[in-house]
Write a protein that binds this ligand. Structure first.
Ligand SMILES: [Zn+2]
Length: 435
């Protein structure tokens, strides 16, 4: 028995060796690797990929050939503008024009899997990667990774850290409460600050690639530390980030603009008020699941929208500011429900509230009125707040700095943080003074 076993082992060893000797090159144009992923962690790009099933099943596979040479190619996409360029920007990039950044054996981390960290990746750049071997296989790729500055574009861990730090630093003033979960099961957290009877509401990143946490949280930190008395008569309820799942993909290096939630629904079209009214805003069709403004299969089909709708019902805020524009910067271009346009009393109240935010943020007379425009569609948060509550509610869009997008500098972000802190503080004062 022992003899037979060793004979079988011996034969299989011989057949392995002969297969390696007679290695047949892969068919022309075929890659040998699959599931290439390029993601950003701590400002570096991490690549991972697997041998294809066919390659792995073949006895010539690199797990059995540690001398197999792997080639990793990298090209830079210098001109990509977030929110303006999409996949066509990399169409003319080929590995032939790319730089080989690795050309050596790479130990597999499991039988079929490889991992590679691009330590030379730099913050503020966008890279395209391919991978191949020395067997004449076609490079697998491209995969794109955009290395955003983790100090200006926060990942979810950083956002959660700041939410907890704020609640811990001001235990009498600030309460954190989980109000729901995203499609992917991440907790959606709200901060209840100051007066519990009357509150203004601040909602961040209902659209994944838009502003919120980087503006709202520093404003709250500043007001709680420097002017806690301002919160005595009117408090704040804030959800610094609503569309957590898809914004995290951006923090992990997805290069292009993302808007919908992980289920492919535009959350700012999913609320019950006038839901299902087809909007053609931006040339898109909101009833089309393939549109980036898709309103979803039914009103409040999405857990993120249900969480915010329940919060609005519970709190009945005095006003709502929802932060938009691109990346982490929103300006003072306030837009509200188109359907509210014929409501004269509501329009007057919106203008009064909007003027306070704008002038507190950027200075009296710095922006000409009217201070709010009619843009928001059926199913949007501003439409919900108008229709069901009669509450002034705005989406906050961008002005001058919009083209900087996710590549704004730390100084520019600081300027916007200070600006919005002033707008929020002015709004608190306005409602505190109001009888
Ligand atoms: Zn938006």
């Amino acid at each position: 028995m022992k003899f037979i076993l060793s004979l079988v082992l011996g034969l299989s060893l011989i057949s392995t060796l002969s297969a390696q000797m007679e290695r047949t090159p892969p068919p022309a144009g075929r890659g040998l690797f699959i599931d290439l992923v390029a993601g950003v962690r701590d400002g570096k790009v991490r690549l991972s990929f697997y041998q294809s099933t066919r390659f792995w099943a073949d006895l010539t596979g690199p797990a059995k050939d540690p001398k197999l040479v792997l080639r990793i190619y990298r090209a830079e996409v210098p001109g990509l503008v977030f929110g303006m360029d999409y996949e066509e920007i990399i169409n003319d990039l080929t590995p032939a024009k790319a730089k080989v950044i690795w050309d050596a054996p790479l130990p597999a981390i499991n039988e079929r899997k490889y991992e590679f960290i691009d330590e030379a990746a730099e913050i503020g750049r966008t890279y395209v990667y391919w991978v191949s071997s020395n067997l004449g296989d076609a490079p697998t790729g491209p995969k794109v990774a955009r290395v955003r500055d983790p100090q200006t574009f926060w990942n979810q861990a950083e956002i959660e850290r700041r939410i907890d730090a704020l609640a811990q630093a001001h235990p009498k003033l600030v309460t954190k409460k989980t109000i729901g979960a995203t499609v992917r099961g991440r907790a959606i957290n709200a901060l209840f600050i100051g007066n519990s009877e009357k509150r203004i509401a601040l909602i961040g990143s209902i659209h994944a690639g838009e502003s919120g946490p980087e503006l709202i949280l520093p404003a709250l930190e500043k007001i709680c530390t420097e002017n806690p008395d301002a919160l005595a008569n009117v408090g704040i309820v804030a959800v610094p980030i609503m569309n957590i799942d898809e914004r995290e993909r951006l923090a992990e290096g997805y290069p292009y603009y993302l808007r919908k939630n992980a289920a492919g629904v535009d959350l700012n079209r999913n609320f019950t008020a006038l839901w299902g009214e087809v909007s053609y805003l931006y040339g898109l069709i909101s009833s089309d699941p393939e549109s980036t403004t898709y309103f979803g299969p039914r009103p409040e089909s999405e857990p993120e929208a249900r969480a915010i709708a329940a919060l609005m019902k519970e709190v009945k805020p005095l006003t709502v500011y929802s932060y938009h524009c691109v990346a982490m910067l929103a300006g003072t271009d306030l837009v509200r429900s188109v359907a509210s346009g014929g409501d004269a009393d509501y329009t007057a109240r919106c203008e009064a509230v909007a003027k306070v935010y704008v002038e507190s943020a950027i200075g009296t007379g710095a922006q000409a009125g009217p201070y709010s425009r009619l843009v928001c569609t059926g199913g949007s948060l501003p439409t919900l707040m108008w229709k069901d509550y009669g509450v002034p509610a705005f989406d906050m869009e961008g002005t001058v700095f919009a083209p900087l997008g996710d590549m704004a500098t730390r100084e520019q972000l600081a300027e916007f943080q200070a600006m919005h802190a002033r707008g929020i503080f002015g709004t608190l004062r306005y409602f505190s003074d109001k009888k």
